[in-house]
Design a protein around this ligand. Structure first.
Ligand code: TYM
Length: 343
């Protein structure tokens, strides 16, 4: 059995993002900021989940040339945002075949009833569920395999991934029970900070997302300073000014969202933001928020563009990351095969 099997699991972090469309402020504040911090306290693996990307129709992820470009773009975004490829293992999922192999075993552990409850499948499949890919339905099982193939114990994500991580725990528990062995850890979701659910700038009741047809609804990590300032200036707000205490944000989703974004970017609490801006008008708060967002995001965009000019470097990072990831995944997959009874 591999070293990390047994009841004592080593603290290990795994998380990932899909290479579809541009990364946006929600990805950055909800997940990546925590990824960067966890590099100092944990062993960390971060992947670009290209196998997940193709669960959507080709028209959504754009076909092979765009997919290759998106994988490189997201890799560059990780590094530009502060993921250090020497400290963390940074790789793309499809290069480590053990993810797909473990998914098959987990397909035989997970129950249809569990997947039927997944709200993200319902949202993504829309009304015409019969036309969704089988891969889209199986998406959370692949996600469980991404995590458990490394015996990861902690998974930093935004709020929207909570249900998928509960499924990951259910799969680990059922596998362990079915085979009478404490083999997979029961993973902890890490959902932390003031912006675990960043909302659309056009509608405070909808999540900021890559798939929203309106580009004004989100701030992309590749937006220019002018675009960032303009999108924040145009962000929807209500008729009242800013309250001086956090409880005054209740029932005001747009105001709450903008205050949460400011807090996360500045690394302070919503209460502290309101101490500074409470009682004032949205127009001056929006100017300050626009300036802060540009200060924090522009260096990331500039670094991303610099990194993308050196494709050989990006390629080197992914090749090295995949080899290091596989060195952990392969013995765990071997153990799974023994446990299941494959010869
Ligand atoms: P993806 O690419 O949809 O999202 C990547 C990360 O960004 C977070 N996020 C948000 N956080 C706050 N506010 C938002 N509006 C917002 N939008 C997105 C997501 O919660 C996520 O953390 N299924 C995963 C990818 C994945 C994965 C994994 C994650 C595949 N395998 C294994 C962890 C572990 C996803 O949501 O990707």
């Amino acid at each position: 059995m591999s070293q990390s099997s047994g009841s004592q699991f080593k603290d290990r972090v795994l998380s990932g993002m899909q290479p579809t469309g541009n990364l946006h402020l929600g990805n950055y504040l909800g997940a990546m900021l925590n990824w960067v911090k966890m590099q100092d306290t944990h062993e960390t693996l971060y992947c670009v989940v290209d196998l997940h990307a193709i669960t959507q129709p080709v028209s959504v992820w754009g076909g092979p040339d765009i997919l290759r470009k998106s994988i490189r773009d997201v890799t560059a975004a990780y590094i530009a945002a502060g993921i250090n490829p020497k400290k963390s293992i940074l790789f793309n999922q499809s290069r480590v075949h053990e993810h797909a192999e473990l998914t098959w075993v987990f397909n035989c552990v997970a129950r249809l009833g569990w997947l039927d409850r997944m709200t993200q499948f319902k949202e993504k499949a829309g009304k015409d569920k019969e036309r969704a890919s089988v891969g889209l339905y199986d998406y959370p099982v692949l996600m469980a395999a991404d995590i458990l193939i490394y015996h990861a114990t902690h998974v930093p994500v935004g709020e929207d991934q909570k249900q998928h991580l509960e499924l990951c725990r259910d799969i680990a528990i059922k596998f362990n029970n079915d085979f009478g062995i404490e083999f997979f850890p029961i993973t902890e979701p890490v959902i932390m900070g003031p912006a675990t659910r960043v909302m659309s700038l056009r509608d405070g009741t909808k999540k900021m997302s890559k798939s929203d047809p309106s580009d004004l609804s989100r701030i992309n990590l590749t937006d220019s300073p002018d675009d960032i300032a303009r999108k924040i200036r145009k962000a929807k707000t209500d008729a009242d000014g800013l309250p001086s205490e956090a409880k005054g944000l209740e029932g005001r989703p747009e105001a709450e969202n903008l205050v949460g974004i400011y807090a996360a970017l500045e690394g302070i609490s919503a209460a502290e933001v309101l101490k500074q801006f409470g009682g004032g008008q949205f127009s001056s708060f929006k100017t300050a928020l626009g300036d802060l967002a540009v200060t924090k995001l522009s260096p990331i965009t500039a670094e991303m563009n610099k990194l993308l000019a050196d494709q050989a470097y990006i390629e080197g990072v992914l090749t090295d990351g995949a080899a290091r990831a596989q060195a952990i995944a392969a013995p765990i997959m071997q153990d799974v095969k023994k446990i299941v009874g494959f010869l």
